[in-house]
Ligand binder design. Structure first.
Ligand code: ADP
Length: 229
């Protein structure tokens, strides 16, 4: 019920603004073409936001409810990560951010759901690019952590960083750091999805360390052998 009330609030905000702008248009409050265009573009971007919220909410709740069943196979993490890097690269290029992919000579494989793992890389890489100013650096590292028997991935950025107060909240549903809302579009559901995929689906672990103003490091591990497989 907490989720439902938060979700309704999140959905209502863009809807209210779409309604307000349409009413102003209907009332003829946009007298010239320029202001009409401005109103249309607010309506467009708020509808886009509604769409993103609904997509992310469905995605998360389907996985949480176990409707999307993971299909485990031997996954080569470097391959999956590379395909995520290829997708994020254009966004990084726009901001002149370099993405460096560091991988050792040994293959890093684990029993996992490749599509879900790719979603984890996509969310973490996309955040790293979103919350890093122009000219910054993003580094992705994949290694075998034999001590814990898992593949360990690190996504580090030289971006805005996260204050100690916010560190434990960024994995909460809909949580977004207030000051960063202007920096990038988002729903606050990307990291909860990451946590769900890593911890509930794969019995791994995800954590973050950060220094405000210097950057953040998200680390996740996926055990070599999936439980119950
Ligand atoms: P969003 O869709 O808003 O990016 P997420 O759940 O992915 O939602 O992240 C929650 C919040 O955590 C973000 O809104 C942002 O404030 C903060 N955050 C996430 N990743 C980073 C990062 N790499 N650097 C700084 N802040 C981050």
């Amino acid at each position: 019920s907490d989720f439902v009330s938060k979700a309704s609030h999140e959905l209502r905000t863009p809807l209210a603004s779409i309604k307000a702008y349409i009413e102003m248009l209907l009332d003829g409050e946009a007298s010239d073409e320029d202001s009409r265009q401005e109103f249309y573009s607010v309506i467009k971007s708020e509808s886009d936001r509604l769409g993103r919220l609904i997509d992310n909410m469905l995605n998360l709740s389907r996985i949480e409810a176990g409707i999307v069943r993971p299909s485990y196979e031997e996954v080569d993490f470097a391959n999956v990560a590379q395909s995520a890097v290829d997708i994020i690269q254009p966004q990084a290029a726009v901001k002149d951010i370099s993405i460096t992919f560091q991988r050792g000579p040994l293959a890093c494989t684990a029993m996992a759901d490749a599509d879900m793992v790719k979603q984890v890389y996509l969310n973490l890489l996309s955040n790293a690019v979103k919350y890093t100013p122009e000219g910054g650096r993003v580094t992705l590292t994949i290694e075998n952590d034999d001590a814990t028997g898992s593949v360990l991935s690190t996504i580090a950025d030289t971006g805005l960083g996260i204050s100690p107060d916010d560190l434990d909240k960024v994995f909460d549903k809909f949580y977004r750091i207030d000051n960063y809302k202007r920096v990038a579009k988002g729903t606050g559901l990307g990291l909860p999805l990451v946590k769900q995929i890593v911890e509930t689906v794969h019995h791994g672990d995800v954590r973050v360390t950060s220094t405000l103003g210097l950057g953040s490091k998200f680390i996740f591990t996926i055990p070599y052998e999936a439980e119950g497989v």
